[in-house]
Design a protein around this ligand. Structure first.
Ligand SMILES: [Zn+2]
Length: 194
């Protein structure tokens, strides 16, 4: 991030996080950007080990209904990364391993979330490190650096667009959000699954 971006960033102080209403606005903003790509977001019961997934042929993003609001928006950001970075990639013929795409989606999510006021905690780093070590055991940091660089243009564009949408929709509590019927069950997410 350069100095100019920092000056205009909507990010809050490091110890501050979005209010529950802010998290909901972020969910709506991400959902809006998925809809722009033709994707539908569905919240439904998944097996406990799964927090969410994307089916590109069906243009469908599914998020587990077991997650709390912050976990759910973090997972939605991860899946948004898959849509904006990987929709054109055929998993069956992809040259790079799935771990590369998981790192990119998680870096994307971390960037979009932190830029818009959500502190993701240390969990993303643990996932990113594990995946990077599976790609390049000796120099995982090189993998992360390379993937961060090649995804930064898309990530920066999307995070700014999401921020604009949140600012333009300050009280986004429309009645038909995909999480309106969310039931607050105990979260049991154990991180992204690929
Ligand atoms: Zn993923």
């Amino acid at each position: 991030m350069d100095a100019n971006q920092r000056a205009t960033s909507p990010r809050r102080a490091a110890n501050e996080t979005l209010s529950p209403a802010g998290v909901r606005r972020l969910w709506k903003a991400l959902e809006h950007h998925l809809q722009l790509k033709g994707y539908q977001v569905v919240v439904r019961r998944l097996e406990p080990s799964r927090c969410g997934f994307t089916q590109h042929p069906e243009k469908l993003v599914v998020i587990s209904d077991r997650l709390n609001d912050v976990q759910a928006v973090a997972r939605l950001a991860h899946e948004t990364g898959h849509v904006y970075l990987h929709a054109a990639i055929d998993e069956a013929t992809a040259e790079e391993p799935p771990a590369v795409r998981e790192i990119e989606a998680e870096l994307f999510a971390y960037n979009v979330l932190s830029f818009n006021g959500v502190k993701p905690g240390s969990e993303p780093f643990e996932h990113i490190n594990r995946w990077a070590e599976s790609v390049e055991p000796q120099t995982p940091e090189h993998v992360v650096e390379r993937l961060l660089d090649r995804t930064k243009k898309t990530t920066r564009s999307l995070r700014a667009s999401v921020a604009r949408h949140m600012n333009d929709h300050p009280s986004s509590v429309e009645p038909h959000s995909s999480r309106d019927n969310f039931s607050h069950l105990a979260p049991d997410c154990d991180g992204p699954v690929f």
